[in-house]
Design a binder for this molecule. Structure first.
Ligand code: SF4
Length: 755
């Protein structure tokens, strides 16, 4: 048993009474989202209801999940906390660093060699600190979580945007940055913007060619890529209860593409069946005992518009298969309209590659339904005209579908089975192409299809559909093929038609696996050594940041005054830099290289006040650091928007920037800066931004009496000898001021653990 049954027992023991208390507070029936969030408060239920859209630092997640790319910095930081073990059950999953090229065995061997030191590091940290470790080849994080850890009514955070997949098993599961994961593992409470709630009512029942994927493809078309922002999407209705648990997972998974905080289904018999089928009958029994806590109240389902901020209704009896794309997941085409859209828009009709699987769509049901089409193709004398790949989501599924003959059928049709890993879904794909400049089309059963996502090629038109539709179109080799109405010609010249796919939700012989790829942590990890070479360029152990020196900050030089948009990508670029995620010194060479310097309208070119030369931002900052001179970064509106990447806060801290002063912050970045012990300040009067000159020396005054709600002062010493002062705002509470004084939140935890 890899899951923590005692933890689940405790959650269920407390849930009904916590929900009753919240119900008294709200004085009305509750949505499922409200039930789960109010029952995961670290403190007693508050005196007034949470306001939707406002942030609260009060939640206690039950689990943390991390994938290999994002886990590196999260764990390096966690090691700073000084705890002997993680505070909540946590897992690491090695899935993002495996490149697809020639097939599962060879690709996995190559990845093991190339990423050896990262995998060894993750394995040894996991072993030491009580973290479950899923080895390379064990599977994709979200599929492994669904099969082993997700449970109805739970609250989980994960360092990956598709953590939301676990909503298929009734869990509020939310994607976060590494800093949040680190905090929760270290025992801190977790901050969440209390979401809006969107209800999606599903009536009728799926039939024929339509599958669960088509529901989310349709929802994406209705709500668009922004429609779910700051919202949790709750699915309900007879149609919801009739979907398999893994189908529900598919829908929640791709909820990330509408920007939703997460998506969720209420507990039902299908979830119970899945729990029992994946060796978790004990969890199903417990969930059955608190079933009413794991669904919204009846009146919410009867009168949804009274309780949800928005209600969408979809009749599954009438739903058509959909194909979404290219270049965005919300461009939704019903199958009957798609061929015309391909022609009208001049998209390449020849389909070069069909790819099924990924964390979104690789359940037993998905694979068995796609295999039913592949079998028909083989029996009717057809071979796939496109290249065709299959990415199993986990070793459990791979082993089971191989045992049941499905992988053999795909191979007979000309398909290639890839490693149980992300591969082409995240651009880890050495795609064979004769001409990368050729406009070309691919179709996947994945979730994202932005330009360059799968193969790095801007000329690739990527479409997203169900595994069944991907398989049918790959057999035809033609995007304009409609399997419901069209025929194909086989090797003998006969016209043949594909019948509706058929499959099974669960394997009749049960799931099986020889080696699932799990490494349990040591019972006592105190003697486990963490493997990091001092000469590594991908990993570097962190040293604690130093504490505040106890005096006002003076003599700060202006590093850069940023003009306009400055996202976390401008502050810490992705792409080739991602390989340094575990090496703070190396990745800091990308600090602010995307930000626009207002004084010369150039990126990555700022004045070094020490010698008057212009140079790259990291180089100039390193010169100040070498001279023991602190600096300040000045920014515009919504500074630090975008992904919650913690490197964007750690790099300036590491290189010696002391304060970030902006017109306004993106909330998560502001919090990340505070956690690292930085000063995150905003202009009280936004016009003061204009007063800052390129050669200024700055001061931050009032720190010795740093108090919540009381402004600080900034002084500018201009190069002509004049001086100006103005007030700046901050949002630090008492705790966060302590973080600043200690040099970072982790320094506080370490001192508490050590005390
Ligand atoms: S398979 Fe794709 S969506 Fe799923 S975790 Fe991997 S990269 Fe993310």
């Amino acid at each position: 048993m890899v899951f923590d049954l005692d933890m689940i027992k405790t959650v269920y023991a407390n849930m009904p009474s916590k929900i009753e208390n919240a119900r008294k507070l709200l004085n009305r029936p509750m949505t499922l989202t409200e039930k789960i969030l109010y029952s995961h408060l670290s403190e007693a239920i508050p005196g007034t209801p949470f306001e939707r859209g406002k942030s609260y630092v009060d939640f206690n997640p039950d689990r943390v999940a991390m994938q290999d790319a994002t886990a590196q910095m999260a764990l390096l930081q966690f090691m700073q906390a000084g705890r002997p073990k993680v505070a909540v059950p946590s897992t690491v999953h090695c899935d993002h660093l495996i490149q697809a090229e020639t097939g599962a065995t060879a690709d996995l061997a190559k990845a093991l060699d190339k990423n050896k030191e990262v995998f060894n590091f993750l394995s040894s940290v996991s072993n030491k600190y009580g973290i479950g470790f899923w080895k390379p080849g064990a599977g994709i994080i979200h599929q492994v979580i669904l099969e082993n850890y997700a449970f109805p009514g739970g609250l989980m955070i994960g360092t990956d945007s598709h953590t939301v997949n676990a909503g298929g098993l009734g869990m509020v599961a939310i994607g976060v940055g590494g800093a949040d994961a680190c905090d929760v593992m270290a025992g801190l409470v977790w901050e969440l913007k209390f979401p809006r709630v969107i209800g999606v009512k599903l009536t009728g029942k799926l039939n024929g060619w339509t599958s669960a994927k088509d529901i989310i493809l349709k929802v994406a078309g209705i709500l668009t890529v922004k429609g779910g922002t700051d919202a949790i999407v709750e699915y309900f209705g007879e149609g919801a209860d009739s979907l398999s648990c893994t189908g529900k997972g598919t829908i929640c998974n791709m909820g990330a593409e509408i920007g939703a905080t997460t998506s969720i289904f209420g507990y039902d018999d299908k979830m119970g069946e899945y729990l029992r089928g994946t060796s978790r009958a004990a969890v199903a029994d417990l969930a059955d005992g608190v079933r009413s806590s794991l669904r919204a109240d009846d009146d919410v389902y009867a009168n949804p518009s009274k309780y949800f901020d928005q209600v969408v209704e979809i009749n599954l009896d009438e739903l058509e298969p959909h194909i979404n794309g290219p270049f965005t997941p919300d461009l939704a085409w019903p199958l009957s309209k798609f061929a015309a859209a391909v022609k009208e828009n001049g998209w390449p009709a020849q389909l070069e590659v069909g790819l099924i699987g990924s964390c979104t769509n690789s359940s037993y049901e998905d694979i068995s339904r796609a295999a039913s089409l592949a079998k028909q193709a083989v029996d009717k004398g057809l071979k796939a005209k496109s290249e065709f790949t299959i990415t199993p989501g986990s070793e459990l599924v791979r082993y089971t579908v191989e045992r049941d003959g499905f992988l053999k059928i795909f191979e007979d049709m000309g398909g290639m089975v890839l490693a149980n890993a992300c591969g082409p879904c995240i651009g880890q794909w050495a795609r064979h192409t004769t001409d990368p400049n050729r406009k070309n089309s691919i179709i996947t059963s994945f979730n994202r299809n932005f330009a360059k996502r799968n193969d790095g090629n801007p000329n690739t038109h990527a479409f997203v559909a169900s595994p069944e539709i991907v398989t049918a179109l790959a057999i035809a080799g033609d995007l304009t093929f409609n399997p419901i109405t069209d025929t194909l010609t086989n090797a003998k010249g006969e016209k043949v038609k594909l019948e509706e796919p058929s499959g099974l939700e669960m394997p009749p012989k049960g799931f099986a696996v020889e080696d699932a790829g799990y490494q349990a942590p040591a019972a006592d990890g105190s003697n486990v050594n963490i493997a990091v070479s001092p000469t590594s360029d991908r990993l570097q152990l962190l040293d604690p940041f130093s504490a505040w020196e106890g005096i006002d900050l003076k003599g700060l030089r202006l590093l850069i005054k940023v003009k306009g948009k400055c996202t976390t990508d401008h502050i810490s670029m992705a792409g080739p830099w991602l390989k340094y995620r575990g090496h703070l010194d190396n990745i800091s060479n990308n600090m602010l290289i995307g930000a626009l310097n207002i004084f010369n309208e150039k990126t990555d070119n700022v004045k070094n006040q020490l010698d008057g030369t212009y140079n790259a931002v990291p180089a100039v900052q390193r010169a100040y650091k070498a001279a023991h001179i602190g600096t300040i970064v000045v920014g515009d509106e919504n500074y630090g928007e975008g992904s919650s990447r913690e490197h964007a806060a750690m790099e300036p801290r590491f290189l010696g920037v002391r304060a970030i002063l902006v017109k306004s912050f993106a909330r998560i970045h502001e919090t990340n800066l505070k956690k690292q012990g930085m000063l995150a300040l905003t202009f009280a009067n936004k016009e003061d931004y204009n007063k800052i000159q390129e050669d200024d020396t700055l001061e931050i005054l009032g720190l010795t009496t740093f108090t919540p709600g009381v402004q600080l002062t900034t002084a500018l010493n201009h190069s002509d000898g004049s001086r100006e002062e103005f007030n700046v705002n901050h949002t630090y509470n008492e705790n966060q001021i302590e973080w600043f004084k200690a040099g970072g939140a982790l320094n506080i935890i370490r001192s508490q653990v050590g005390a």
